[in-house]
Design a binder for this molecule. Structure first.
Ligand SMILES: Cc1ncc(COP(=O)(O)O)c(C=O)c1O
Length: 360
């Protein structure tokens, strides 16, 4: 068996010890005689798995008791509709558009009401985060929406926007559990788990309790009401049992690692290795304004698309997978989520140095 260094933006690298644990439990989960994929979600064994997952996540993120944790399906993309359906009481919401995912959410919200783009960084290919200290927040906005870490462009909100008292809704898909957050500053934060947490096919939404009501837009499907899932402990229908189980294992791994403050330090250390090299390189450069750089997704280019392609090809042959940039941006992108070890980033930088010397 040989494992590569996997820099995929998602689905992405998982901690090796978590994969090994799952492997050990695959045929017989703790004496049940079956795998977690085969057991009823109504069984007491599975109930314990989901309860522990929730309680570990609450501990890791220090989630206040007035927030519900929901394990939902439909990916992060379904939230683009679920959020307006559940929150747009005045049919007005403000969107800060800092990349494709925020743009998709903004476009989806237009189906349900007046979605205002109150700031954008599209003028410079989303390579920065706009100043959000004094935006024209609509007086009747039901919420202000951001995508906190822009997976494709590699930018991150280092400070949350001034929402002028309005509810903040944030897509944290690609920075979930990468550092501590103050949950109480959000109305809803949510993310697809397939980047920094577990297997694809699930989204975790952390929703302030008072936002979970039956007062949703007319026609909202039962499955798209937060209340349906909150009332049923995320088991109104069959949930993504496998993903919940694997996410639970990652939460336990994160606790063993020392929690989110330790992860933040590790992530800063890893990202610095790569950014320092990009800043000193004569061939490669990062594409993001330094102050807005993401710790998780690092896009970079040589400035020559043929050389980029050669780099990606040779990197793959050397055991560095999924370094090709998003199809809309080109160049390269290294996603260095929690589970990417520091050695992986060091090895990548050593390879980039060799490539630079050989091709300059
Ligand atoms: C920030 C962000 N939001 C939303 C999505 C969409 O997630 P999903 O594929 O789970 O719908 C992605 C990536 O896939 C993402 O990176």
């Amino acid at each position: 068996m040989s494992r590569v260094y996997n820099f995929s933006a998602g689905p992405a690298v998982l901690p090796e010890e978590v994969l090994r644990e799952a492997q050990e439990e695959m045929l017989d989960y703790r004496g049940c005689g079956m795998s977690v994929m085969e057991m009823s979600h109504r069984s007491s064994v599975f109930q314990q798995i989901i309860d522990e997952a929730e309680s570990d996540l609450r501990q890791l993120m220090n989630i206040p008791k007035e927030y519900k944790v929901l394990f939902l399906q439909g990916g992060a993309s379904l939230q683009f509709a679920m959020i307006p359906m559940n929150l747009m009481k005045n049919r007005v919401a403000d969107y800060i558009v800092t990349g494709q995912w925020a743009k998709k959410a903004y476009q989806e919200a237009q189906k349900y009401g007046k979605a205002n783009k109150i700031a954008s960084s599209e003028d410079q290919t989303f390579s920065y985060i706009p100043d959000c200290s004094d935006l024209p927040v609509s007086p009747d906005a039901d919420y202000v929406y951001i995508c906190e870490n822009n997976t494709i462009y590699g930018t991150k909100f280092k400070e949350l926007p001034n929402t002028k008292g309005k509810l903040l809704v944030s897509d944290v898909s690609s920075c979930f559990l990468s550092e501590p957050v103050d949950v109480s500053r959000y109305g809803i934060l949510y993310g697809g788990v397939q980047k920094n947490i577990g297997p694809a096919g699930m989204v975790i939404a952390i929703v302030r309790e008072d936002l979970i009501t039956e007062d949703v837009l007319p026609g909202t499907p039962t499955m798209m009401m937060y209340k349906t899932h909150a009332d049923a402990g995320s088991m109104y229908n069959t949930p993504n049992c496998w993903s919940i189980y694997m996410c639970g294992k990652v939460f336990q791994w994160l606790k063993r690692m020392g929690g989110l403050s330790v992860m933040k330090e590790r992530n800063e250390e890893k990202a610095k290795i790569l950014y320092d090299f990009l800043d000193s390189s004569k061939m490669f450069r990062g594409t993001v304004v330094p102050k807005d750089r993401s710790l998780m997704n690092v896009p970079f280019v040589t400035g020559d698309s043929e050389l980029d392609a050669k780099f990606v090809k040779e990197a793959k042959a050397a055991g560095f997978e999924n370094l090709k940039g998003h199809r809309t941006v080109g160049g390269m992108r290294a996603s260095i989520y929690n589970a990417m070890p520091k050695e992986g980033v060091e090895a990548l930088v050593a390879f980039m140095k060799e490539f630079e010397e050989a091709n300059l």
